[in-house]
Design a binder for this molecule. Sequence first.
Ligand SMILES: Cc1cc2nc3c(=O)[nH]c(=O)nc-3n(C[C@H](O)[C@H](O)[C@H](O)COP(=O)(O)OP(=O)(O)OC[C@H]3O[C@@H](n4cnc5c(N)ncnc54)[C@H](O)[C@@H]3O)c2cc1C
Length: 413
Amino acid sequence: MRETTARHVVIIGGGIMGCTTAFYITHGKRPKGTTVTVIEPSTKGVAQGASGKAGGLVAKWAYPKDLVEDSFEEHERLAEEYGGEERWGWRYVNCGSWEGKSESANTNPNTAPEGTKKKDLHKTAELDAVLAEIFAQPREKKGMPEDLDWVKEELSGHYTPMAELYDTAQVFPYEFTTSMMNLAMEEGATLISGRVTTINKADGQVTGVTYIDNETKQPTTISATDVVLCAGAWSSSLVPELPISSTRAHSIIIYAKEDVELSPYVLFTEIMLPSGETVTPEIYGRPNGEVYVCGPGDDFPLPATVDEVEVHKPACQSLWDSVTGISKELREGTLEFEQACYLPLLDVASGPVVGELSKVAKKLWVATGHSCWGICNAPGTARILRNGIMGDSPPRAASSLRPSKVLPGMGDD
Ligand SMILES: Cc1cc2nc3c(=O)[nH]c(=O)nc-3n(C[C@H](O)[C@H](O)[C@H](O)COP(=O)(O)OP(=O)(O)OC[C@H]3O[C@@H](n4cnc5c(N)ncnc54)[C@H](O)[C@@H]3O)c2cc1C
């Protein structure tokens, strides 16, 4: 039933889930007097975790299907309505798998720090393991599009498109997330700099949260009718029953030389090194000559806060060596950023859990475990939460993601 009295919503976490949820609540029908507060521990503001350091692919072929359908349409609408092209680099992009060889002998594929294990992010189905000996073949035989001119033709083995052009798009994830928060704040949302330490409850229902304020360093309590847990990889630090784990992944950002225009391609590569080993960096050509590259994950432990995430330099060096070994344009570019972040993974399913954790506490909502598709799936996720909190009928995707389905024992039907 639709809520008629003011809701006081506290959102834990200023990643894409928290900020987009704040946006949808403040931009939808809500009872008069409704308030929205986002609490984020980073002293640098929102989008400091995976949401600011992801690739930014938004794809119709992502998963889970229902959530993607809703999210993709919403991404298109948001871009149209709020100037996404200018504001967060929204554009359609070609996407394909590229197999070839590197001319650089530098690359060290063993990037995980000693004592940790390298982990695959499982974004694509296994790329074809076999690199055929066809480097001498003409461009068309290799499937190389005419305008994919920033990887060396003679190093290219084969290119396979993964989707039709309008089925894949991209955003700058940091700019998308901060824009969602700014738009929410224009409609009255508040951002608090602090770390939530407890979700407070009484009679089986949430009453608010307690957080350590970054400025005063004091514990402060804020009351709420609804609490939304969007703490990504850190979600189980506040609700220990949640089976959330994490994978650290590194990425780098390269700026091409000023006069170099890179055609819009995202490449899932398999690069054979001179040593015979292979590396599989993902390369995202972005607007304005920016190129994002990410690699495999590792199981380095999650630190207490996002500001304490450690960057393992050799992992970034390996990404640079891998991609500059196949592209002159990238080799002549500048390495601007080396960074790491943690992917939130739900241990019991491939997709996220989104809905009310009513068996833990009534009006405690959660959105986490989005693995490698959280940028894509944020709008659909936020719509499920908004509708749940306001008592409106849920979007179709909600049913398969709700806690009662994904985490039996944690939510009611
Ligand atoms: C290398 C890489 C590439 C990726 N590429 C893509 C892509 O191309 N497309 C795509 O769709 N997805 C991609 N993803 C996945 C995407 O980045 C994540 O699914 C998404 O960012 C998760 O968002 P989140 O808001 O749940 O988590 P986060 O972004 O981690 O945000 C959680 C926030 O909660 C805060 N927090 C933690 N503890 C507390 C607390 N106690 N109190 C208050 N706040 C707290 C944290 O500080 C953090 O800011 C990629 C991920 C990685 C790692």
